[in-house]
Design a protein around this ligand. Structure first.
Ligand code: 4NP
Length: 147
């Protein structure tokens, strides 16, 4: 079973949404995966996702309310097979944290593009549009490799 970790800066907007959207779509597709999310910062550790993101996700049928923020650690590169960053800044922070011997794959969630931070843009629906697109992309990739 693939273990996938979604990572953003605060772990209260983009990565918890990505975790929930991906888990729902994987379930619908009959794909067994283990999912979690974390932040590169420890700013919001222990907090639920940000209220406006919980609300925007709920309007699309995703329940983020039980999730709690945590900070990513070097150990996550052993606990997960695939670590997906929401933007290039997250990707650079993760690359610096990743143990040299880790065989975990580290990549941008969207492949090339970034999920802009809605904490600053306030556009939670635009973030969710990209996250739904990204979740389908990752799902297609995993399906294609038979993972
Ligand atoms: P996230 O959004 O990385 O998508 O969870 C942010 C949440 C909080 C902050 C920055 C980004 N902050 O500066 O506290």
């Amino acid at each position: 079973m693939q273990r996938i970790l979604f990572v953003c800066l605060g772990n209260i907007c983009r990565s918890p949404a990505a975790e929930a959207v991906f888990a729902a779509r994987a379930r619908d597709a009959g794909l067994r995966v283990a999912t979690d999310s974390a932040g590169t910062s420890g700013w919001h550790v222990g907090e639920p996702p940000y209220g406006p993101m919980i609300a925007a996700a709920a309007r699309r049928g995703y329940d983020l309310s039980a999730l709690r923020a945590r900070q990513v650690s070097a150990d996550d590169f052993a606990a997960f097979d695939l670590v997906l960053a929401m933007d290039r800044s997250n990707l650079a922070d993760l690359a610096a944290l990743r143990p040299a011997a880790s065989s975990a794959e580290l990549a941008l969630f969207l492949g090339q593009g970034e999920v802009p931070d809605p904490w600053y843009s306030r556009d939670f629906d635009a973030a969710l549009d990209l996250i739904e697109e990204g979740a389908d992309r990752v799902l297609a990739r995993l399906g294609a490799t038979g993972a």
